[in-house]
Design a protein around this ligand. Structure first.
Ligand SMILES: Nc1ncnc2c1ncn2[C@@H]1O[C@H](COP(=O)(O)OP(=O)(O)O)[C@@H](O)[C@H]1O
Ligand SMILES: CC(=O)N[C@@H](CCC(=O)OP(=O)(O)O)C(=O)O
Length: 305
């Protein structure tokens, strides 16, 4: 398809304006988390795949971590298995864990890998089990309403948190010129599988790779305040009060937590952006038109080897 003169000039201008960003980010690692809610349709997934390829072509090392919560929910529904969440985490019994592995490690992972490869990139899909990439431990949740006789801990099943990231696996893929596409499934030393929230995995991987940026693509324009207005910037002292008054809830809780942890651990910036906007990744990286919330500041560090 050939462009008319005006459109062609505009394309040339856009490329020219992207130069300082390309220079800034070349040879840097950017972790991009593609949320299940942002995988609205094939076109959006395809545009995501092309954005990732373009990053790689200009010398950036993109590392993709994907979710797939709604896709897991759909299959569970078909199988008449109930979905239940505690603080944004899916309660995961062994039957649910099987479905999680099928959907994340199978369908969703291979869909993204295939789209990147089909568009001319070189993607390699792995779960956290491959090469022991994500060593996990069981995540426990405190029961805030525990009375005298209630348990202090809520058991949410095979839900994990990242204990260790084996970055050798990722570096091996990057050095082989592949784009790693990672499904958030972990395993412990006893071989037990864990369902890990994809935001948490993306955050820990960004920390361990000392990434330049962590980008979380979701289905909202950014973090919203009590009035529903998108907060373009957010620092950690504000966060607790937004959680306490219920402004941040559900799936936004792990996003904020992992973004704050990543920043504390040295990742330069964390962004919650609207993945439903075509080319959201390119807009965020190569232009001044950020499309969401930029997060700065906060706590803990993960073991990396
Ligand atoms: N303060 C907030 N601002 C924006 N979204 C919020 C907020 N608190 C909770 N949410 C919810 O978080 C959701 C995004 O998280 P989630 O559903 O887990 O998406 P993803 O699949 O992309 O990880 C939004 O759709 C919204 O319903
Ligand atoms: C423990 C837990 O909740 N795991 C998530 C894993 C997928 C995920 O995080 O997907 P999104 O990014 O699309 O929300 C789940 O089972 O839904």
């Amino acid at each position: 398809m050939s462009l008319d003169k005006k459109s062609a000039l505009r394309v040339a201008q856009v490329l020219n304006e992207a130069l300082p960003y390309i220079q800034r980010f070349t040879n840097k690692t950017i972790v991009v988390k593609f949320g299940g809610n942002a995988m609205v349709d094939w076109e959006l997934q395809n545009s995501f795949a092309r954005n990732i390829i373009l990053m790689k072509l200009v010398g950036i090392n993109p590392v993709v971590v994907h979710g797939g919560g709604p896709q897991i929910g759909q299959l569970l529904h078909k199988l008449n298995i109930e979905s239940r969440f505690v603080d944004g985490m899916r309660v995961t019994d062994s039957e649910t864990m099987n479905v999680v592995e099928m959907v994340l490690g199978g369908t969703v992972n291979k869909q993204i890998v295939n789209l990147i490869n089909h568009n001319g990139g070189r993607a390699m899909g792995v779960t956290g089990k491959d090469g022991l990439l994500l060593e996990a431990r069981k995540l426990t949740r405190k029961n805030e309403n525990a009375g005298l006789h209630a348990s202090e801990i809520i058991d949410i099943g095979q839900v994990g948190e990242v204990k260790k990231v084996n970055i050798d696996v990722i570096n091996m893929l990057i050095n082989g010129d592949f784009i790693p596409v990672i499904a958030p499934i972990g395993v412990d030393r006893n071989g037990i599988s864990y369902n890990i929230n994809a935001d948490l995995v993306a955050g820990k991987i960004a920390e361990c790779l000392k990434a330049e940026k962590l980008m979380l693509l979701t289905n909202v324009a950014g973090l919203k305040d009590k009035q529903g207005k998108v907060l373009t910037g957010l620092a950690s002292p504000q966060v607790q009060s937004l959680i306490d008054d219920g402004t941040i809830y559900g799936g936004m809780l792990p996003k904020i937590a992992c973004a704050l942890d990543a920043i504390k651990a040295g990742v330069n910036s964390a962004h919650i952006i609207d993945g439903r906007i075509p080319n959201a990744v390119l807009l965020e990286i190569f232009t001044d038109s950020g499309v969401g919330t930029l997060i700065t500041n906060s706590h803990t560090q993960t073991e990396c080897r």
